[in-house]
Design a protein around this ligand. Structure first.
Ligand code: MRU
Length: 343
């Protein structure tokens, strides 16, 4: 089966990824034919965003099983699983996808294992698109009419199977004519907001204004924002949420100004195994991402840098978590676990 989405094209026997390092200047598609190439694409941020990373890892493992032909077994895939799992630490969707495929493939071997893993990777891809449309409806219903919202990082079609999580809510609200416009924070250091979100929203004709991250407080003080909507890389049992660095700042600002702070994510981003956010491994990235902007040095070349890719927003600062199953208002451990049980 062929599945085409904004950043991930599955051709049935190989994968193509839109190189998000080159956007918006260039549209380059990179082929991925095995687990090593999938892991490298995740590590190098060719593909990024928690759900898109999970989908890519699933295809990478399935491709590896296909290459092993009659020798394919979960034992023989152990190295591929370890390589994919080591590509980026924070987004739980990566580990969720690898575990799901191992469960699906249990006790299978050879061509039957490879075929089953490929079908499951396709299912993960399709299910993520459906989840985003469903959570988009739930989230849009939370917004006041004619809302102007603030978003951070990129949570759109580029970061997911399609439609997006926080951007999925924004897209759905726009289609329902309930949205006035969007402020997108540029999201230093990697500039997901300026390079990806403002590009995606402009392409869709959704009014977007790009701001430096440090502008958020001023916008809220001026009463220009009715909700902050962000995505998530991992949500622990008590609702603590790891997301792109700078998300925590926005949650504190939103609380101070009495503005709803909404987290949007598929259920695959919930990690009930971790009781709270102190257990989340936060990826630290190369200091040159901060010393430089798009390859141009903007700081002393040897200045020490601290560059965590994510921060953790305490669940108590979150107004609502929105998934494809519905809305968790004022999240806590009881509510998150009940949501996962389908209650
Ligand atoms: O480092 P990135 O670009 O992978 O970080 C992405 C984010 O933090 C997103 O907000 C999150 O993964 C949700 S994407 C739907």
């Amino acid at each position: 089966m062929v599945i085409n989405s904004a950043a991930i094209r599955w051709h049935g026997d190989f994968l193509e990824l839109l190189d998000q390092r080159a956007l918006p200047a260039e549209t380059l598609w990179l082929p991925v034919r095995n687990s090593q190439e999938a892991a490298q694409a995740i590590r190098d941020m060719v593909v990024r965003g928690a759900p898109a990373i999970g989908i890519t890892a699933a295809y990478g493992l399935a491709l590896e099983a296909a290459l092993q032909e009659s020798n394919a077994s979960l034992d023989n895939l152990a190295d591929a699983i370890a390589t994919l799992a080591a590509s980026r630490p924070t987004a739980v969707n990566l580990f969720w996808a690898l575990e799901r495929l191992q469960t699906t493939g249990q006790s299978l071997q050879g061509a039957e294992l490879a075929d089953t893993l490929l079908r499951d990777a396709e299912a993960i891809h399709r299910e993520d698109i459906a989840a985003n449309h469903a959570l988009g409806e739930f989230g849009a219903a939370l917004l006041p009419d004619s809302a102007t919202v603030y978003t951070h990082c990129n949570t759109g079609a580029l970061a997911t199977g399609g439609h997006g999580t926080a951007l999925g809510i924004i897209r759905t609200a726009w289609q329902q004519k309930r949205l006035q416009g969007v402020y997108a924070g540029e999201t230093r250091p990697w500039l997901q907001g300026s390079r990806l979100t403002s590009w995606e929203l402009s392409n869709d004709g959704i009014p977007v204004t790009l701001v430096a991250d440090s502008t958020a407080g001023q916008l809220m003080a001026q009463g220009k924002i009715q909700a902050v909507i962000v995505g998530a890389d991992r949500i622990t049992a008590n609702g603590d949420t790891a997301n792109k660095i700078g998300t925590y700042n926005l949650a504190v600002l939103a609380r101070h100004h009495g503005i709803p702070f909404i987290v949007a994510a598929p259920v695959s981003t919930l990690d009930p195994a971790l009781p709270d956010g102190s257990h989340i491994v936060i990826e630290e990235r190369d200091g040159n991402e901060v010393r430089q902007i798009q390859g141009k040095t903007v700081a002393p070349s040897d200045v020490p840098v601290y560059n965590p890719a994510f921060d953790v927003t305490p669940g108590e600062l979150i107004t609502a978590i929105v998934t494809e199953r519905g809305v968790i208002q004022a999240p806590n451990t009881d509510k998150v676990l009940a949501h996962l049980r389908g209650q």
